[in-house]
Design a binder for this molecule. Structure first.
Ligand code: HEM
Length: 124
């Protein structure tokens, strides 16, 4: 069984990303980074990426090609403050899933590592 299946498949990732974007929508640091008025398309891209990463359908790459996430984040300022805000909303979103602790830890370790990797500036 893939991790995607083990945690409950599509509805779990939908909830995770919906909870995350509910936080982003009201965040004074993060919201201005998102170029589109409607966060729906960004929500879908992130959900499909996570689903693919954890062994679910590959719809993300069928539509978008190779993820190249650092390159795709290069146009946006991702400094320590943005990373910390991102992780704060993600922590709340992960908690909302109430997963068994081993799954919760596996998911969180990945997200924390990925968020640190995405930082592209240390300038104030
Ligand atoms: C896209 C911000 C970390 C995955 C984006 C976009 C912004 C953004 C502004 C453009 C929205 C759009 O899709 O139109 C940030 C910030 C981060 C962060 C401030 C702080 C560390 C991450 C991490 C991941 C991730 C850790 C993966 C685990 C994605 C994906 C997209 C995206 C999959 C869409 C890429 C595409 O196909 O165009 N992010 N991001 N981001 N982000 Fe992040």
């Amino acid at each position: 069984m893939t991790f995607y299946e083990a945690v409950g498949g599509e509805p779990t990732f939908r909830k995770l990303v919906d909870e995350f974007y509910a936080g982003v929508a009201t965040d004074p640091v993060l919201r201005p980074l998102y170029p589109e008025e409607d966060l729906g398309p960004a929500n879908e891209r992130f959900r499909l990426f996570l689903i693919q990463y954890w062994g679910g359908p590959t719809t993300y790459s069928d539509n978008r090609g190779h993820p190249r996430l650092r390159m795709r984040h290069a146009p946006f300022r991702v400094g320590p403050a943005e990373r910390d805000a991102w992780l704060r909303h993600m922590r709340r979103a992960v908690d909302s899933l109430a997963l068994p602790v081993d799954q919760e830890q596996q998911l969180w370790e990945y997200l924390e590592r990925a968020a640190h990797f995405m930082v592209n500036t240390f300038e104030e």
